[in-house]
Design a protein around this ligand. Structure first.
Ligand SMILES: [Ca+2]
Ligand SMILES: [Ca+2]
Length: 220
C-alpha cells in the first residue's frame, strides 16, 4: 500500500502542469536622477508546479555585463508583517505588512538569494542560488519555504536597488511611474502591489490520480 501511495504521488508530480502569470512594467518609468537600465524592469513572470514557485524578473539591460544591481521581492501572504521596512533595512516597505523578503544579487554565485521571514523580527530562513540570464534573473524556491500550498493567494512587489545599504527601490514592478527621485528616498508599495494565486489542481488531474490509484490497487 505504501508503495502504491508513493507511486501515485510521483505520478501526480510528473504530470503536474506549470501555472503562471505574466506582469508587465514600462521601460520609461525611472526618474532621470536615478535612471539605470540594469535597474529597470520590463516585467516579470511567476510560475509554479506542484512543489516549486519561480519568479522570473525581466530587466532592460544585460545584467551579466552590468551586474551591480540588487533585486528584491516583498511578499504579503499572511496577516501581520512588517508595515514599515524590510529585512535589509532599506527604505522600502509594504504598508499592508511584508511577511517574506527575498534579497538577491547577480555579481556572485552561488548562494546569492537570501529568504527572510518576519514574525515580529526578521529571520534569514534559507539561502538559494538564482539563475542569471542576460536580461533576466530567476528565483526558484519550494512553495513550502513561503508557507504556500494550492489555493493560497498573496500580494507582492519586486524592487531593484543599488549596492548602498540605504539605497531605495529604484524600480517597482507594480508601479508604472517613477518610485522615487533620489537614491535614499523611502518607497512604500502601498496599494500598488501585484497578486498571485497558487492554482488548485483541476478536477481532471484528480480523477486521473484516482484512476491510477484504483488501477494499481486492482493489480495488487
Ligand atoms: Ca520599468
Ligand atoms: Ca515600475
Amino acid at each position: 500500500m505504501k508503495k502504491i501511495i508513493i507511486l501515485t504521488i510521483a505520478a501526480l508530480f510528473m504530470t503536474a502542469p506549470i501555472f503562471g502569470t505574466v506582469y508587465t512594467d514600462p521601460t520609461d518609468d525611472l526618474d532621470s536622477a536615478v535612471n539605470n537600465d540594469n535597474l529597470n524592469f520590463t516585467g516579470a513572470e511567476v510560475t509554479n508546479d506542484g512543489t516549486t514557485i519561480s519568479f522570473t524578473i525581466n530587466i532592460l539591460a544585460d545584467i551579466q555585463s552590468t551586474d551591480w544591481g540588487k533585486y528584491m521581492i516583498g511578499i504579503d501572504s499572511v496577516a501581520g508583517g512588517d508595515t514599515n521596512g524590510n529585512a535589509w533595512a532599506r527604505p522600502i516597505s509594504m504598508s499592508s505588512g511584508m511577511d517574506y523578503w527575498f534579497g538577491g544579487w547577480v555579481d556572485a554565485t552561488p548562494d546569492n538569494i537570501q529568504l527572510w521571514y518576519y514574525n515580529g523580527a526578521w529571520t534569514n530562513t534559507a539561502v538559494y542560488t538564482s539563475t542569471i540570464n542576460s536580461n533576466s534573473v530567476v528565483y526558484s524556491v519550494p512553495l513550502a519555504a513561503l508557507g504556500l500550498s494550492a489555493g493560497n493567494s498573496f500580494t507582492f512587489d519586486i524592487y531593484s536597488s543599488g549596492g548602498g545599504g540605504n539605497d531605495t527601490a529604484i524600480d517597482a514592478l507594480s508601479l508604472s511611474t517613477p518610485t522615487v527621485t533620489g537614491w535614499s528616498e523611502p518607497y512604500d508599495s502601498g496599494a500598488n502591489v501585484s497578486s498571485y494565486t497558487v492554482p488548485i489542481p483541476e478536477p481532471g488531474a484528480i480523477f486521473s490520480l484516482l484512476f491510477i490509484t484504483g488501477y494499481l490497487l486492482k493489480r495488487k
